[in-house]
Design a protein around this ligand. Structure first.
Ligand code: OGA
Ligand code: MN
Length: 298
């Protein structure tokens, strides 16, 4: 049976998108499914694929905010969205929905992260218990730009030079809570130049994923990071080396969005970033985040 026929018949299929040499590989597209109407068998397939492939793409969906929240809740309770950059909370949206958008209405930004680059990061890892999954649903997409990339933190760990790998095991890194990925200062935070004084949470630099049992690098974000117990210069130098390695192209998969795409990622064993786009165009995305626990040290 061709995949086309399978789609028409509605049987769910998993198509890997990025074949890594030694693992199932980052990224898979799930076809033949309407996320408004999945049964437990479909969910089991989706969950398995998510553990195996870390990032899942579902195209051609038509989801309201309650539909998006209902599918998200299959993975667990939802975290409330972080506070928007301008401190605004929009009453008409559910508190679980984080609006990512550059659109300004009546002088007020309807969402976060603007139109610039969103640098590599893990969502909300400045918290003690960061979300285990996030999903982003595309409502409006600019003609070009705004692609979102994901990096495989299992592969990044496994490919570390042995000396660096040994050094990384046992270290802890501060995940900064000053800046969001768009470079905006979070509400209520007074920025400092010294990452040691910044708000945030220490997490092990190498963690074991609770579902897959695989070891991964857990970095959070580069700006204002600090390796516990290190002098600032020494911490910066080692972090630069690890980050340069972890974000190499060979570990990255990039998604070009279409309206109706839903991308679900494992927020522990991947990081993501977004390309900038033309500020005169519109991009509107709705995100949910599923409650999780900090991944344990390897
Ligand atoms: C997010 C995020 C990037 C994007 O929603 O967590 O980082 O592509 N979004 O909008
Ligand atoms: Mn993010």
């Amino acid at each position: 049976m061709s995949s086309q026929t399978a789609d028409v018949l509605g049987s769910i299929r998993v198509r890997p998108l990025h074949a890594a040499p030694a693992s199932p590989g980052l990224g898979a597209e799930i076809t033949g499914v309407d996320l408004r109407a999945i049964d437990d068998t479909d969910f089991a397939t989706i969950h398995r694929a998510w553990v195996d492939h870390q990032v899942l793409l579902f195209r051609g969906q038509s989801l309201s905010d309650p539909d998006l929240a209902a599918f998200s809740r299959r993975f667990g309770d939802l975290d409330h969205a972080p506070i928007q950059e301008n401190g605004q909370t929009i009453a008409s949206f559910m508190p679980e929905i984080y609006v990512v958008s550059n659109v300004i209405e009546n002088g007020v930004a309807i969402g976060s992260l603007g139109y610039g680059e969103a640098v590599w990061h893990t969502d909300m890892s400045y918290l003690r218990s960061p979300p285990k999954a996030s999903m982003l649903y595309a409502l409006e997409i600019p003609p070009t730009g705004g692609d979102t990339s994901f990096v495989d933190m299992y592969e990044a760990f496994e490919a570390l030079p042995p000396s660096l790998r040994d050094r990384a095991l046992g270290l802890r890194v501060k995940h900064d809570g000053t800046y969001n990925s768009g470079g905006y200062v979070r509400q209520g935070v007074t920025p400092t130049d010294d990452p040691r004084d910044a708000p945030g949470t220490m997490h092990p630099l190498v963690c074991t994923h609770p579902d897959s049992g695989r070891r991964m690098l857990y970095l959070g974000r580069r700006r204002m990071a600090w390796l516990e117990g290190f002098g600032l210069a020494e911490s910066e130098a080692l972090l630069d080396e690890i980050w340069a390695h972890a974000t190499r192209k060979q570990f990255v998969w990039t998604h070009e969005w279409r309206v109706g795409d839903l991308v679900l990622w494992d927020n522990r064993c991947t990081m993501h970033r977004r390309d900038p786009f033309d500020e005169k165009t519109r991009r509107v995305m709705h995100r949910t985040q599923v409650k999780g626990a900090a991944p344990p040290a390897a």
